[in-house]
Design a protein around this ligand. Structure first.
Ligand code: GDP
Ligand code: MN
Length: 398
């Protein structure tokens, strides 16, 4: 799960990292209130889960209450690269003397953690990293190692910080590491980490985080109360919400053929097969959802999956495509029959099995003699059948 900037800042603050005072607001009235509380000038920042907001006009400095209201009325309805703004952050504006970049991320390639730092932070950081890779300092931390003060100091010095800044940056790096570990994050990034203050007054200068990006590992949600406090206030899709309650990986789509399979790769291929069949037949039929029942699914899992998909009024037919590995096709067959017994809806279910207990599973389905059940020997044929039966079901209702 990616966090919004205002949520990421909250986690940084909880770990003792200095960030300018800021308030999240969702309408111009709240913005005006927040701006009055924070004082002027302040920054109005679009809250979207995408970078480069500054370059897209989503970060603006304002000097008066009227300007704050006007600017928020421009930013709140904005979509940045297809992402709808969920609100704005009204933040104390700082006099920025220099912008650094710090991040800690999970490096799947090298199977360790990656600390990155550069003195060329700000909005052009990717460009600079490409053109001057030497300017980016990097430290790998293996899963069994820890990141300590000495290493953090060395890192801070390596990007040209000196005197008190080194101590402060090292402390911030260690706090980022604490935050990274304790929240089960895959990324904790501060860009810019800004040196702020009055250029003529040395004692006023310090480092603080002006922007933050944090991604949390969804697999660890159970250890954090599901990160309930970070869940989007936007109402979730009811089918997705129901699937999540059952621990199923489900994505709602626009089409007519429900798709259930085991393993993300197989489900993706099944979606492609359905879309391809719809194109070949020239009827524009498309998949209605992605649903991965995962490995070792029980009859109960299959029953719940089919119930969720069949409850969707846009679904005309369902394609079940299972490759038995740990999952036994016999168990899946029993789950299908259980669901069809319990549900009143009678929509065609097209099944293709392969692998572990495929023959037994198919026999069980055939023996049930259910007119809504169709068994196909190949994925292609199953997709073709699901699409043509969906067209027929649609026409029958006209
Ligand atoms: P991003 O474009 O999505 O990464 O959004 P940021 O929050 O990083 O803001 C973009 C840029 O706006 C920063 O790199 C800063 O240069 C500038 N900025 C953000 N906050 C402040 C601030 O408080 N004072 C000043 N002077 N500039 C700011
Ligand atoms: Mn930024």
């Amino acid at each position: 799960m990616d966090l919004y900037e205002y949520q990421a800042r909250q986690l940084l603050e909880e770990h003792g990292i200095p960030t300018p005072h800021a308030v999240f607001a969702q309408n111009s009235h709240e913005v005006a209130q927040a701006a009055e509380e924070i004082g002027y000038p302040c920054v109005i920042k679009a809250q979207v889960k995408i970078g480069h907001r500054g370059q897209s006009g989503g970060v603006k400095l304002v000097h008066t209450r009227d300007e704050a209201i006007l600017t928020s009325e421009q930013i709140l309805p904005m979509s940045i690269q297809g992402h709808k703004t969920s609100g704005v952050l009204v933040a104390e504006a700082k006099n920025v003397l220099h912008e650094y970049y710090l991040s800690i991320s999970l490096d799947r390639g090298s199977r360790d953690f990656d600390v990155l730092a550069t003195a060329n932070g700000g909005t052009e950081v990717e460009q600079i990293a490409k053109e001057h890779p030497d300017a980016v300092k990097r430290l790998h931390i293996s899963a069994l190692e820890n990141f300590d003060l000495a290493a953090a100091h060395a890192m801070a010095e390596s990007i040209g910080l000196y005197h008190a800044d080194v101590d402060q940056a090292a402390q911030i790096l260690l706090s980022m590491w604490e935050c990274f570990k304790s929240t089960d994050a895959t990324l904790v990034e501060i860009n810019p980490l800004a040196k702020v203050g009055d250029p003529d007054d040395e004692s006023s200068k310090s480092l603080c985080a002006l922007d933050a990006k944090i991604s949390l590992d969804d697999n660890a949600a159970f250890r954090h109360d599901g990160w309930r406090r970070f869940v989007d206030p936007v109402l979730p899709d009811p089918f997705e919400a129901r699937a999540r309650q059952h621990g199923l990986h489900y994505v709602h789509l626009q089409g007519e053929v429900g798709v259930i399979g085991n393993g993300a790769g197989l489900v993706m291929s099944s979606l492609d097969a359905v879309s391809g069949a719809g194109e070949d037949q020239g009827n524009g039929i498309k998949p209605a959802n992605f649903l991965d029942i995962g490995g070792g699914a029980s009859a109960q899992t299959m029953n719940e999956s089919l119930s969720i998909v069949l409850a969707d009024p846009q679904v005309e037919t369902v394609l079940v495509n299972v490759y038995g590995g740990i999952t036994s096709c016999q168990q899946v067959a029993e789950g299908i029959l259980l669901a069809l017994d319990q549900l009143v809806v009678s929509k065609p279910v097209i099944v293709r099995f392969d692998g572990n207990a495929a023959a037994e599973g198919l026999n069980t389905l055939s023996a049930a003699n259910n007119p809504n059940l169709h068994v196909c020997p190949s994925m292609q044929e199953a997709a073709d059948t699901a699409v043509s039966l969906a067209v027929r079901a649609k026409e029958a209702r006209r």
